[in-house]
Every structure is written in structure tokens, then in C-alpha cells.
Design a protein around this ligand. Structure first.
Ligand code: PEP
Ligand code: MG
Length: 322
């Protein structure tokens, strides 16, 4: 099996009926890029920039960030790199920000909410990203977007920083795609409207599942409700993918679900364009997809969407593996 996977390293990811999808990797630091390339990653689908901010006693400077982003972009040699802007809060704390304790941190002041309030932090990161953009194929993604207003505001800040850099004579790429994570049900439901304004979606199922099921992803006692295969989740995923395609955009997924062998046939059938996962899952996923027909998976996904429970969906997927 390992031998088979190794052969797939430099291959495209294609279903038996000729449909291409992209398999990308989730990374946390520039050092992770080596593993992405060794495992045949076609891009970085999620660079979690939080790690630049954690494990230190003050905010990382613009230059520290610029160097990290530039390193990743250069090492990826023109392959797409989706960088997520700071997603702090929830389970990830920054002691030096000295934020008040909250009753429900996962529902609180985090990610884009914090960045729109603390624009000093946000603007520094955006400048570093824009400066790094000339070193590769950069895509920027905002986390935890709940409303169109948040997206528009964040985009306006980005454009302001871009204009400032231009007036300072600093080169910035004109090809930067701008997208959002879909992690909040309100955004999945209005995906048709978002799709008119964003370049792409990346579905963050780790959070989308917890917010849809109202089940804390860290709480063992409600973990039975954490159901990736619940038809409710699959229908939200479908809404996002369909909205993207109706507007000529692409839709990816960077939650754990994207690398899950049980989910992959369903996601292929729903039309997902990009799957972003831990690097070590890429070759097994490529092997799996190369043996599946997208047309057959479309039928499978249609059946799954009409089911009532996650258990029924799992049994359905297992029936094709036989
Ligand atoms: C997600 O929510 O699915 C996601 C990829 O982001 P994180 O796991 O960093 O919250
Ligand atoms: Mg998330």
C-alpha cells in the first residue's frame, strides 16, 4: 500500500471518470512545508497563523510575519497557499493581549471579531501578507465570518493597506484571491450571497459542526452530537458548494472532515473542489479518490442528503466499500 501511495506523489488527483480535485495540506509553521511536498500536496489549503502569535510574550512584528509568509510561499514554488488571518480566541489564548475571561469563549470575541476591533493587530498582519504576496501564489482567507458586513469591513481594511503600500512604492501581487472560512451556519445559509463577493470558500467543519449541533467540540460529554455525517451538515456543505459553483467560484474544505475516508466519497459527490488535510492523509486520499467515480458518488451523496441520521449515512458509505 505504501508503495502504491508513493507512486501517486507526483500525480494529479483524478476520479475514475476523469474529474480533477485538488488535495492540499493544513500547516501551522513554515517548517511543515517539507512534509506537504514529501506527501504530494498540491497546495496549502490552510496556514493557521496563530502559531506565529503563540509561544511568545508579545505580538510578532510585521517583519517576523513577512519572513514566515515569504518562506512558505517560496517553498511552495507557485502552488497555491491559503493563509488564514489570525484566529485567536476560543480555545487559543494569547496571554499578552490580556482579554477578559468570557462565559462562552467559542461564542465570544475571537478571530475576525477581534481583528476588526484590534485593527492595529489586523493591519500589521495584512501588510506582512501583502508584502509577501510577490513571492508566490498567495490567497488570503478570513476566519469565523458570520455576516456579509464583517467580510466587507475586513476586505476594506485589506484594500486600504494595499493602497498604502502602493503609495509607498511597495510591490504587491494583483492576483491575490480573497476568501472566507465557512464555519458559522449563518454564512452557510447565505452562501449564495457571499459567493457574489468572495473568490472562494473553505468550509471549516471543525467549527461548523459544533455551531450547527450546538455541541462544544472540546466537551466529551456531548461528543455524541459531534456528527460530521449528519445530513444537516451535509446539506449545509452542499449549499456552500452549489453557491460557489453557481457564481464561478471554487469551494474547499479545511476541517478534519476533508481528510476522512468515510466523508471523502460524499464530498467528491457533492462537488468539493479542494480538500485540505493533514499532510499524511494526502496520499491515502488520492489513492481513494482515484478508485471512485464522481458520477456514482453524486448519486451516493444525493441518497445521503435524504437520510435521517448520521448512522444511516455511514452505513450507506460503507456499503460501497464492500
Ligand atoms: C475549522 O474550524 O474547521 C478549522 C479548520 O479551523 P480550526 O480547526 O483552526 O478552528
Ligand atoms: Mg475553525
Amino acid at each position: 500500500q505504501r508503495e502504491e501511495w508513493r507512486k501517486l506523489r507526483d500525480e494529479a488527483t483524478v476520479s475514475t471518470d476523469g474529474v480533477h480535485v485538488e488535495l492540499a495540506a493544513n500547516i501551522g509553521t513554515p517548517n511543515d512545508v517539507t512534509g506537504v511536498l514529501e506527501n504530494g500536496g498540491e497546495g496549502v489549503g490552510l496556514y493557521r497563523t496563530e502559531f506565529l502569535y503563540m509561544g511568545r510574550d508579545k505580538l510578532p512584528s510585521e517583519d517576523v510575519q513577512y519572513n514566515a509568509y515569504k518562506t512558505v510561499l517560496e517553498k511552495m514554488e507557485g502552488k497555491p497557499v491559503v493563509v488564514r488571518t489570525l484566529d485567536i480566541g476560543g480555545d487559543k489564548e494569547l496571554p499578552y493581549l490580556d482579554l477578559p475571561k468570557e462565559m462562552n469563549p467559542f461564542l465570544g470575541f475571537r478571530a475576525i471579531r477581534l481583528c476588526l476591533d484590534r485593527q492595529d493587530i489586523f493591519r500589521t498582519q495584512l501588510r506582512a501578507l501583502l508584502r509577501a504576496s510577490v513571492h508566490g501564489n498567495l490567497r488570503i482567507m478570513f476566519p469565523m465570518i458570520a455576516t456579509l458586513g464583517e467580510f466587507r469591513e475586513a476586505k476594506a481594511v485589506l484594500l486600504e493597506e494595499k493602497a498604502k503600500l502602493a503609495s509607498e512604492g511597495v510591490a504587491v501581487s494583483e492576483e491575490i484571491q480573497l476568501g472566507i472560512m465557512v464555519e458559522i451556519p449563518s454564512t452557510a445559509v447565505l452562501a449564495d450571497q457571499f459567493a457574489k463577493e468572495v473568490d472562494f470558500f473553505s468550509i471549516g467543519t471543525n467549527d461548523l459542526i459544533q455551531y450547527t449541533m450546538a455541541a462544544d467540540r472540546m466537551n466529551e460529554r456531548v461528543s455524541y452530537l459531534y456528527q460530521p455525517y449528519n445530513p444537516a451538515i451535509l446539506r449545509l456543505v452542499k449549499m456552500v458548494i452549489d453557491a460557489a459553483h453557481a457564481n464561478g467560484r471554487w469551494a474547499g474544505m479545511c476541517g478534519e472532515m476533508a481528510g476522512d475516508a468515510t466523508a471523502i466519497p460524499l464530498l467528491l459527490g457533492l462537488g468539493l473542489d479542494e480538500f485540505s488535510m493533514s499532510a499524511t492523509s494526502i496520499l491515502p486520499a488520492r489513492s481513494q479518490i482515484s478508485k471512485l467515480s464522481r458520477a456514482d458518488m453524486e448519486k451516493l451523496a444525493a441518497q445521503a442528503l435524504d437520510m435521517q441520521t448520521a448512522e444511516e449515512v455511514v452505513a450507506l458509505v460503507q456499503s460501497i466499500e464492500g
